[in-house]
Structures are given as C-alpha cells and as structure tokens.
Design a protein around this ligand. Structure first.
Ligand SMILES: Cc1ncc(C[n+]2csc(CCOP(=O)(O)OP(=O)(O)O)c2C)c(N)n1
Length: 977
C-alpha cells in the first residue's frame, strides 16, 4: 500500500466555493435523511426510486436481496414561498428556463466549434423582466442558503430575499451557462430537482480561488500525463496507445472522484473503462509500474509463463491499488477491471461485481452497510460508444432495479469526439442523452478547465451519495491526434484539426496560467516534467531484468487453485446426506398456515412431498432445490437471475410463492431452511447481455461463496449476450487469468416450438471450447475453458450445480436444459442418485440394453433419449440397439466413453443421433472425438450421422414439418435392425 500525497480536494474546493458548510452539514444530514427514509419507504406504492406511483405494487420487496435506494422527500414550499411563486410567476418562469435551457448556451466546448445556440428562453425580457435594477423577492424561487440539516434542509423561508434582476441574472448565468452545464430538470422527482437547484444556487464563488496545493496537484497530473504521452510517442512511435492528449482532464477528474469518494466512506471502487487514456491512468494514479508497461509494449507477456495463458493487448491492462487520501478514514481500493475490445461490454460486469462486493460487505458488517455504502461503481465511456452500444441502455436499465442496484454509478464520458462527427454518430444532441431514459442527471463540463472538471465530479459524487443513483459527467475534450497516434484526423476533419494544432495543450495552458498567477514557477514546471521523464527512462532500462508476476489467489480467491495445478479437485463427491436432502425438499414448499398459495400449486407441493418421502421420482425442480438448499446449508448463497426465474419459464420452479390475497412473497428455502446461505431470485429486466454480464461480474467477486446462475427464458435468446460469452466467459481465463463459476441455464430442445424457442445453439458453445484429447483423465477438466453439459436426469443437474462450488477451481458451465423433461416421469431420479458417494456422470450407459448383444450403438445427448427408449420398447428391440448418453460435451469424456464402450463387446455400428440440423447441434464437435475413441478401441467402422439435414433454421416453424422430420430420424435409428 503506497501512501499518496494527496489533498482534500473536496474539502478545499468546497471551502473556496462557499460550500464548506454544505459539505459538513451534508454529512449530518445523510444520517437524518436515512432515518426519515426508512420510516417513509415502508409504505406500499414506493418504487424504491425516490418517488411514488399511484397504484404501484410493493410486492416481492421482502425477498432476499431486494435493495432499494433510500426514499426521502425534501419539504414542500412554505405558504409564503407558494404565495411568492404565484406573485412572481414571470420571474419563476425565467429562473426555471435558465435551469432548463442554460446548458444550450453554456461554454462547455473547449474548441468552441459546437454550434452554441442563441437561446431565447434565457432572455429575461421574454418574461416581461426588463428592469435590471428592480428588486424581486426570490423566496421559494432561487435557493441561496447553504444546504442545511433536516427538517427543512435550508429550504425554509429566507431572511434576506430581495435581489435585483441584474444580480439574479449574473448569479444564475454563472451557474447554468458557465463551463459546467447541468441537465436535471427532466427528473420526475421534485426532490431531486430541488436538491440540484439548491446545491448549485447556494454556491457563492462558483469554484474560483482553488487553493495552491490543489492547483499543483492538478498540474502535476496533467503535466505527467503529457510527459508520458510524449515519452511513448518518442520511444515507441508505432505504438497505438490511445493517448490522452486533449483529454488530460480525465486524470484530475478521477483523482477528485477517488478522493471525495474516500472521504465519503467508499472503500472500494469498481472501475470500468475503455482504451482512451488507460495507460496514463494506470501509471499515474493506479500505481502500475512503467517497467511492466514498457516490458509489455516491447512484446513481453503480462502473465507469468507457468500459467500457459495467452494474455491480452496493452490497452486492457489492469491494476488494483489501495490508495490513501489524506483525511479519509479508510484507504480506498480501485479495481480497474480487464475489458475486451468490445466497447462498453465491461460495464454490466462492473455493475455485477460492485453489487456482489457490497453484498459481501453487507453480510460481514452486520447490517450497517446500506445500499451504496462502501462500494461504488465508476464507469468511463467514450462518447461514440456510449451512444451507440445497446448494452449501455441495458445496463442503465438495471441500475435502479432492486436485485441489481449497488447504489448508483458515476459515469464519466470522455467526450473526445470521433472520426465520425456527432451529427452522423447519434440522433441526440448530446452523447449523454441516453441517460435521460432513466432520468439520470447530467453535467457537461469543459475539459479545458480542470478545476471546473474537478468541481463537476465532486457534485456528481454528492448526488450519488444522496440518492444512491447513477449520474453522468460528460467531459468535453478533444483529441490532439486521430483515433490512435498512427491515424491522420485531417483526412476527414481538416478545419477542426487546423484549430487543434494551433492550440497549446491542456496541461500547457493550465501551467501557463499557474505561472502567471504565481502558483508555480517556470523552473518548477520544467523540473517536474524532466524529473518524471528521467523516471520513465529509468524504468525503461529496467525492462531487461523484469519478470511478470500474478497475484491470482488473494483475498476472495484464497483457497482456490489454478485448474491445471496438481491440487485441482476435478471430480469431487457432490452427494449429500439423505436426511438433509429430504429436509431441504420438504421446506422448499413449506409456507405458513395463513399463507395461501395458488390452488394449482397444491399439486406441485404434493408431488414434491410424495416423491421425497418415497425417495423415487424426483423431478428436475426438486433436484435443483436440493442443490440450492444443500449449498446454502454449506454457507453459500445462490443467485439465479433472468426473466421470471422465481417461478421458472415453464412454471416448474416455484421457488418463490405469492400469497393470493396479500401478494406478499415467500421464498421457502430462505424462510424455512435456517441456512447461512440464501437464495436470491433476481427476476430481471428483459435484457440478456447486461444481465448475463452482471452475473458474470458477480462470479468474479464471490468465487467461493456464491453460485451465480443466469437462466435464459429460452436458450435461443442467449445470443443477445454473445459478446459476454465470447469475450468474457469463454476467454477470460486465458486473457486475464480470471476464473468464473457462472452457470448458464439455457432451455434447449426441438419440440415443435419453432425456430426461436428450440435451440441454445449448442454448436456455438462447443465451437468456443478449447477441449482436446488428453491422455490423463484429470486433465479433461483442467484444460478446457468452458463446460457444456446436456443432462437428462434431475440427479445430473443436482451434481452439476454442486460441482461448480465443490471444486477448488472455477469453470463456466453452460447447461443445455430441458423443457419437456422437467416433469417427465421417465426422466425422474431416485434419491439414491444424490446421496454421498455419487457424482455427475459425463457418460450414461444404457440401463436396459444388453451390452454383450447390442450391435448398434447410438450416441446422443438430451431429451430425444426418452423418445428412443419408448420406440425401442414398442419395436421389441431392447437387445439390439443401445443408447449411450453423452451428458457433458465439453470437456469431451474420452476416457469415460472408452470405458463404457468396452462393455459393448458385440458392437459393430456406431451412430450419432441428434434432433438438431446437421450443421448445428453437437455433431461437428463429437464426430472426430467419437471416431478417435473408436479407433483407440480397434473398431473398424466410424461414426455415422442420423439427424435433420442441414438447415438455416434451428427448427422448423411449421408443426407438421417438425413432426414429420422427428418421425423420420427416430425411424432411421431402428432401420435394418
Ligand atoms: C463494439 C465495438 N465496435 C467497434 C469497435 C472499434 N473501435 C475501437 S475504438 C472506436 C471508437 C470509439 O469511439 P469513442 O467511444 O468515442 O472512444 P474514443 O476512441 O473516441 O475515445 C471504435 C469504433 C470496438 N472496439 N468495439
């Protein structure tokens, strides 16, 4: 832990802008706000967003993991204020217009080439206000008193409330039309609008007179950033480094944010950012060693050789330093997440990790960690990607949901422009307008003025601290070079670049001003840059002796190992004691006497109780509940998220029951099991990418005590999250040494439901697998990047789920889940298959066929097995044909299959059967693998395909075609026997 010599930027800026009182009183007010909130938000109808909709239902809020932002209301206007607002209606309209439209006339563009409008709405004469010297009563119209404590928060009647029109105009213009512009009037919450007006209008000096120490800190960050960029440019002229030239204010912005957050009690920041300025941030604020950076630039690996990983590019490097800011009670750890090149894909991952971290703290801090405390998510964006990428909309959509919120993210858009001009890149005025979708307040700030930037960021934190909701800072800067340093921007923006090239850099301009103002001497400035440059030179010379290291199994990863290590426990016993399982099953449907479940669910309850007592015929949902409950008893939480996961897409799970009169909800496994771990049923928004990314982020944060599951409504819809699967789930281990135990439950199977309710595109999952033949059985698990299973019995899913947490390493698991098997009696399991000593079986031999007689061996996966068994029986062919189920396709069970096949001593024909079209399903994956096994066993014949022919659709939309095809492939299995 390195102690940084930092300043209370917040305290200092506040003090000098007349906000010292506001800052300190805010702390006391936070406490009072919470107590008010907690008493007022328990009533029905509150959404948890700070406002109340008539008729809004409050159900489900007692379920585990449901977290709401505190709900508080600022007081209404006093009667004197209401009267004054009526009497001075033209003034009120004028003031509100400045608040609403001031941003359009503000000085927020460093290049001053945005077409700033003549905004008629901010002209007082439009409201009949013509006499500059005339005094007006501003009580209840403008808020000039500092924010105060509860109960009136400084919003009561003012003592001295007469201002001239000229003073009013000057004051409000300096706030709303300066170098920071605000958009908050779109908020439907009166409290939020009032808070903003109050917070801003009670500032007296508007950020001027920042103390020398702070100015020097800002200058140092800017000057070092420029020095680093110049250094890299000279030493590595062909490097695409996505430098920060033109956008250097990003560094004081983040420094301020880390500082104020730390003063505000935040101990962890989960930071997601793209390429722009990443190297500058890493080396200047995040303690990333320049030696390591230069080593990487020169072609070295950031990962020690023994891991056998493939690594990533320089613009995705990471760091997690713990920083000390003077005056803060605790240090603050900044975790910069690795990210793929797919812009913005990392954001939901960061959200998930932030929430999971806060949840861990909540569990260990005995209830004193309220929503938004201690952990904050910070998301940096590029302007083009912020507007263009759909995942932003999806992630913003999650930000206030009770099972997804972590108490608000601070977003900073590094609005550096792009080769495509804004007029072609977005349909909105600002790149930040997407935030208005969920009424996020937005600040635009001129990046040429780092002190204003720091102030804006501080305001953002204050808002987030109050409301525990998202806020956006649009940091308007420019890029000195093109998209990267090898690019020529004047190809397409010659006039803009003429202007940019004539300008001094942001650090230089700031430095010149400090020298003029006697804050800094020319000599100091030169010395700072040259000292930093020599430091960089020193680091460059150290590259020759540098060796990368990895700290992979620290903190929450303690106890886990690398999958290829000799200590890896690949196949643990995942069985559970009989009585424990029975107790879990019984309580999983237990509700209090007065709680009335839907009459149709009585059957579900009865069936579960009967099967568990008879120890026969356990269905899918029962086995799943047993897996969940047993893990919970072992101290792990289980979180299952997706659309309607509480009851399950196929109305099979019913892990959450709703009283038919009160609509109150009960999760029996939570209320009745008395376990340390809990089940979070996170019914999600209708998003795939953001929700899957979110759960993936949670898997990073809580690898040992959380089973994270994302369930698709139908497997088909995972493809909206393909980016998360490609760039995180299947590849993070090799790129970043990041393991994950995330489970994807993807209902799969052709049953006549049409092209888009049939397939989880098994072929794509299998194509992502790096599975290969390995001589040692153990390595089968260790070397593969992703598990893909297609289980056909409830006991198999039970073991698969438990195995995720019982192993001492983590692997993502994709389960092609059943639909028709959920209640099929033939597909049930006896309790004995779940008892100690049992485990997941990657291959299921035929329980009926006689292995010494069967000539035709049909390999298959999934639910078609049960149709085949029925047919075989009806044809009287039980002896002649055997069905071997491959329940786990990746890693392919070479050795288990070989062992199974050895028993079939008379086998001569080998068939792979699948329902999916030939160009889909598992065929391409299994064909050569099964052949390899057959060759090893000395069989002459190879594998033959039976299934649908090649098709563009995963399944036909016309039911009769589906049925005909199904009949045909089933018949083909028994032909010529
Ligand atoms: C999803 C995605 N599409 C396209 C790209 C290629 N690409 C890399 S950087 C970039 C420009 C991004 O612009 P912006 O978000 O404004 O960030 P800037 O580079 O300007 O800082 C593009 C299109 C990408 N990395 N990811």
């Amino acid at each position: 832990m390195v102690r940084l010599v930092c300043f209370h930027l917040s305290a200092v800026l506040f003090m000098l802008s007349g906000l010292a009182a506001a800052a300190s009183s805010d702390k006391s007010r936070v406490g009072s706000v919470q107590s008010r909130g907690s008493s007022s938000c328990s009533s029905g109808g509150a959404t948890g967003l700070g406002y109340t909709y008539p008729g809004c239902r409050a159900y489900h809020d007692e379920s585990f993991g449901f977290r709401k932002a505190r709900d508080f209301q600022l007081p209404d206007y006093t009667s004197a204020q209401l009267q004054n607002r009526t009497e001075n209606a033209p003034l009120l309209r004028y003031v509100d217009s400045l608040r609403l439209h001031g941003h359009r006339a503000a000085r927020i563009d460093p290049l001053d080439i945005l077409q700033r409008e003549e905004v008629a709405a901010v002209d007082p004469t439009r409201y009949g206000l013509v006499d500059e010297g005339k005094k007006y009563n501003i009580n209840g119209i403008i808020w000039t008193q500092p924010l105060g404590p509860c109960p009136d928060y400084g919003l009561g009647d003012m003592d001295n409330s007469w201002w001239t029109l000229g003073d009013i105009t000057r004051h409000l213009r300096s706030i709303y039309m300066g170098r920071v512009a605000y958009e908050y009037m779109h908020s439907p919450s009166k409290t939020e609008r009032l808070w903003f007006s109050h917070f801003l209008e009670s500032q007296t000096t508007n950020g001027t007179n920042v103390p020398k120490k702070v100015k020097k800190r800002i200058h140092s960050l800017l000057a070092k950033s420029e020095t680093l960029d110049n250094f890299l440019q000279v030493k590595f002229p062909n490097l695409k480094r996505y430098g920060l030239e033109g956008g250097e204010s990003m560094l004081p912005a983040l420094d301020t944010l880390f500082n104020v957050a730390s003063q505000g009690g935040i101990q962890h920041i989960i930071l997601a950012m793209p390429h722009r300025g990443r190297l500058n941030l890493l080396t200047e604020l995040l303690e990333f060693s320049p030696t390591a950076l230069f080593y990487k630039i020169k072609g070295g690996s950031e990962i020690p050789e023994e891991f056998g990983a493939e690594g990533d590019v320089i613009s995705h490097l990471v760091a997690s330093p713990t920083l000390n800011y003077d005056g803060a009670q605790d240090p603050i750890t900044i975790s910069l997440l690795p990210n793929p090149s797919h812009l913005e894909a990392v954001n939901p991952v960061a959200l998930g990790q932030a929430r999971a971290k806060q949840f861990s703290l909540l569990k260990t801090s005995r209830g004193d960690c309220k929503l938004g405390d201690k952990v904050m998510c910070v998301q940096l964006h590029g302007d083009a990607s912020f507007t263009g990428q759909g995942v932003i909309m999806e992630s913003l959509g999650l930000s206030n949901l009770p099972h997804f919120t972590s108490g608000g993210s601070v977003h900073i858009v590094i609005n550096i422009g792009y080769t495509t001009p804004a007029s072609s890149a977005r349909s909105s005025l600002y790149c930040s307008d997407i935030g208005k979708m969920i009424n996020v307040p937005i600040m635009h700030v001129n990046g040429d003025h780092p002190e204003d930037v720091a102030r804006a960021v501080e305001t953002a934190f204050m808002y987030r601290d109050y409301f525990r909701k998202d806020i956006i800072v649009d940091l308007i800067v420019y890029r000195r070079w093109g998209h990267n340093e090898l690019d020529e921007p004047a190809f397409t923006q010659p006039r803009m670049y003429e202007k940019i090239r004539a300008r001094k850099s942001v650090p230089q301009l700031y430095e010149d001003n400090l020298i003029i103002d006697d804050v800094l001497t020319q000599e100091d400035a030169v010395a700072l840059r040259s000292t930093y440059k020599s430091r960089l030179e020193d680091h460059l010379t150290k590259v020759a002796s540098y060796k990368p290291s990895a700290s992979t199994f620290e903190d929450q990863w303690r106890g886990l190992v690398w999958p290829t290590s000799l200590e890896a426990t690949c196949d643990p016993d995942t069985g559970v004691e009989r009585e424990t399982l029975k107790t879990i099953a019984r309580v999983s449907v237990k509700v209090p006497d007065e709680f009335e479940i839907h009459p149709r669910l009585q059957r579900h309850v009865k069936h579960r109780l009967e099967t568990v007592e008879s120890e026969q015929g356990l269905d899918w949902a029962t086995a799943e509940a047993m897996a969940f409950g047993s893990l919970m008893l072992e101290g792990c939480d289980v979180r299952i998220s997706g659309q309607d996961v509480g009851r399950g897409t196929f109305s099979h799970r019913h892990a959450m029951l709703v009283d038919q009169h009160t609509e109150s909800v009960i999760v029996p496994l939570n209320s009745e099991l008395n376990s340390e771990g809990k089940l979070e049923l996170a019914n999600s928004s209708l998003s795939e990418m953001a929700v899957m990314g979110f759960e993936y982020g949670a898997s990073w944060e809580r690898p040992t005590n959380l089973l994270p599951i994302w369930e698709a409504q139908f497997g088909d819809f995972f493809n909206g999250a393909q980016v998360i699967i490609d760039t995180f789930i299947s590849s993070a281990e090799s790129k970043w040494l990041k393991q994950s135990g995330l489970v994807l439950l993807l209902p799969h199977g052709l049953d006549g439901a049409g092209p888009e309710h049939s397939s989880c595109r098994l072929e794509r999952m299998l194509q992502l697998s790096n599975d290969r033949y390995l001589p040692e059985g153990k390595d089968r698990y260790a070397n593969v990047n992703i598990h893909v299973a297609f289980p056909t019995t409830p006991s198999q899913i039970f073991h698969l789920l438990r195995r995720q947490l019982k192993r001492n390493f983590r692997k993502p698991l994709v389960v092609a889940g059943p639909k028709g098997l959920l209640r099929l009696p033939a597909a049930s399991s006896p309790l004995t298959d779940l008892l100690p000593g049992t485990r997941f079986k990657p291959v299921l031999s035929d329980p009926v066929a006689n292995p010494e007689v069967a000539q035709r061996i049909v390999f298959l996966s999934g639910k078609i097995y049960y149709d085949l068994v029925k047919q075989r029986q009806s044809f009287g062919l039980n002896d002649r044909v055997a069905f071997i189920r491959i329940e786990e396709l990746s890693p392919f069970p070479f050795h288990e299959l070989k062992d199974t096949l050895r028993a079939y001593t008379n086998a001569k024909q080998f068939v792979w059967l699948q329902e999916e079209p030939r160009n889909q399903g598992a065929w391409a994956h299994v064909a050569s693998r099964i052949d390899a096994v057959l060759v090893e066993l000395g069989h002459q014949s190879g594998i033959v395909y039976i299934g649908r022919k090649e098709a563009s659709l995963p399944a036909p939309g016309i039911a009769s075609i589906y049925a005909e095809q199904q009949k045909e492939i089933l018949a083909a299995v028994f032909r010529d026997l």
